[in-house]
Design a protein around this ligand. Structure first.
Ligand SMILES: [Zn+2]
Length: 271
């Protein structure tokens, strides 16, 4: 089976508020990791090539990899995009529309406190420069704890806003915190998203047999060391999706749902 590393990054920055620090990689480490990807012989391909292969299209060449970035932090435009452009690497940026600034943005706050986020104008520029813009809901909730109607608002509302801003269709969605359920995935499909990025239990490789509406990713964190990253570039060191949802995942969801219904949602970090 062909194993596909789909790397997931959040912030690439020297500074981050404490809640985001575990998910922040320094620019220097990011460059080292891009070099390790290149040196390992992996070829970074656009996400749509993986999705096409998962949907019965042409198989991916062996040793393909994908780069994805969640949430929509300002460092993507300042730091990440120039580094990727210099290397000619494609990427997908999943934006949380309620966190984007500029015209049409809600005043104050948003889901990511104390961290600069992209503006709609920057998102349009990135789109024009060839970065794939995907959706990551409006407010970054744990979708699998919401009612179906609320899920629809988050999932379809985010798609509509991005498409209005960019003037073309967008196809790629990512679940906030990686959380989904059968119902959530059904709503995502009905809304017209053709793929959805998950985080399976922890990090996992995607593969040619993965589910396009919950494909596995490898989350690169502040504590992801060189050795682990090197293993990942060799297709080792993480399970390969698809795999059945474990008892632990289901028990954890039941706990978060109970907390949400009691009005005391579990405070998940923005993974
Ligand atoms: Zn997120």
């Amino acid at each position: 089976m062909s194993v596909v590393p789909v790397f997931l990054y959040h912030a690439v920055s020297h500074t981050s508020p404490p809640w985001l620090a575990p998910y922040t990689v320094s620019p220097r480490t990011f460059v080292e990791q891009l070099d390790m990807i290149a040196d390992s012989g992996l070829r970074v391909v656009p996400l749509r090539h993986l999705v096409a292969s998962l949907r019965g299209g042409p198989a991916l060449p062996a040793r393909s990899a994908v780069l994805t970035f969640d949430d929509g932090y300002a460092d993507f435009a300042a730091t990440v995009a120039p580094l990727l452009a210099a290397r000619g690497l494609p990427s997908t940026l999943y934006v949380t529309t309620g966190a984007l600034t500029g015209a049409g943005a809600p005043p104050g706050g948003g889901p990511f406190p104390s961290v600069p986020t992209l503006s709609w104008a920057q998102v349009r520029e990135l789109d024009a420069a060839g970065v794939e813009i995907g959706g990551h809901t409006v407010t970054h909730p744990q979708l699998d704890t919401l009612s179906r109607a609320s899920v629809r608002e988050e999932v379809a509302g985010c798609k509509r806003r991005i498409e209005d801003a960019l003037g073309h269709r967008v196809d790629s969605f990512a679940y906030p915190h990686g959380y989904s359920s059968r119902t959530v995935r059904a709503v995502v499909g009905e809304a017209g998203w053709t793929s959805a990025a998950a985080i399976r239990s922890a990090s996992a490789f995607s593969s040619e047999r993965d589910d396009p509406l919950r494909f596995g990713r490898l989350m690169v964190r502040a504590d992801t060391g060189r050795d682990r990253f090197a293993l990942w570039t060799r297709g080792e060191g993480a399970p390969v999706a698809p795999f059945a949802e474990g008892l632990r995942t289901r028990g954890w969801r039941a706990y978060r749902r109970a907390r949400a219904m009691a009005g005391r949602p579990y405070r998940a970090l923005p993974a």
